[in-house]
Design a protein around this ligand. Structure first.
Ligand code: DX5
Ligand code: ZN
Length: 227
């Protein structure tokens, strides 16, 4: 079957308190599926977040699996290294990749699941041929680079097209992740379009009760997601 009923909520720590990330992760650890770790190199996107050494430390102390999102120029070289240090999944950008099939194979052989991320301007047709060999498709619902931006509703057509393709495929179900601007007011729309994995950064960490927000996000997504 090309689909299932799982809903995954992965808080992004990009807008959490960088000086106390262990505690920030622990605030959501009993209610979340993974921590979304945004890696930015100031080249592929105009911002810097965590370097490799800091990422390795976070993976080490995190009580949740790490869903790494690499917004970097050279995923061909670097993505497998994130698999090696223990990420549960490693998502790389199609737009930055030189040899997608090779990156996918190298991430898998280093023990992580593979995600492929596409920017808002990239059509689904560009990556369709990879749907059989990846574990997760990441549809960006903001321009990658910064947390706290407005959700791009216009990306929902791409999400529903991706959902239709995934449901037709016979292999293991590909997770359909949306990343950017997900909040209590936008998650239902994304779930209705067919997303089943949700990254939420500022909506979770700008609130005084991050765990409660995660729980509410999950409820809303469950109510709107239909196969
Ligand atoms: C944007 C990042 C997102 C973002 C999520 O480049 O990939 O993961 O930080 O944060 P919010 O939920 O605030 O848009
Ligand atoms: Zn991200």
């Amino acid at each position: 079957m090309g689909n299932d009923k799982r809903i995954l909520i992965n808080p992004s720590i990009l807008n959490a308190n960088f000086d106390d990330l262990e505690n920030e992760i622990n605030k959501v650890s009993t209610v979340s599926d993974a921590i979304h770790l945004d890696i930015m190199d100031n080249k592929f996107v105009p911002n810097l977040s965590f370097d490799f050494k800091r990422a390795a430390e976070i993976i080490e102390f995190s009580t949740l699996p790490i869903d790494a999102h690499l917004m970097i120029e050279d995923p061909d070289t670097i993505a497998p290294q994130y698999a090696q240090i223990g990420c549960d999944s490693v998502s790389f950008h199609f737009e930055a990749a030189k040899n997608c099939r090779q990156i996918i194979a190298n991430i898998k052989s280093n023990g992580a699941k593979v995600g492929m991320a596409i920017k808002p301007a990239t059509p689904l047709s560009a990556i369709e041929e990879f749907l059989d060999v990846i574990d997760m498709l990441v549809v960006m619902t903001v321009e990658p680079g910064f947390g706290g931006q407005a959700f791009m509703s216009e990306q929902m057509l791409k999400v529903s097209q991706a959902r239709a393709k995934i449901n037709l495929s016979k292999g293991e179900p590909v997770l359909l992740q949306v990343d950017g601007g997900i909040s209590l007011t936008t998650i239902s729309e994304a779930a209705l379009a067919g997303a089943n994995c949700f990254v939420a950064g500022s909506a979770v960490y700008k609130d005084s009760n991050p765990a409660e927000i995660v729980t509410k996000l999950r409820e809303l997504a469950k109510n709107s997601f239909k196969i």
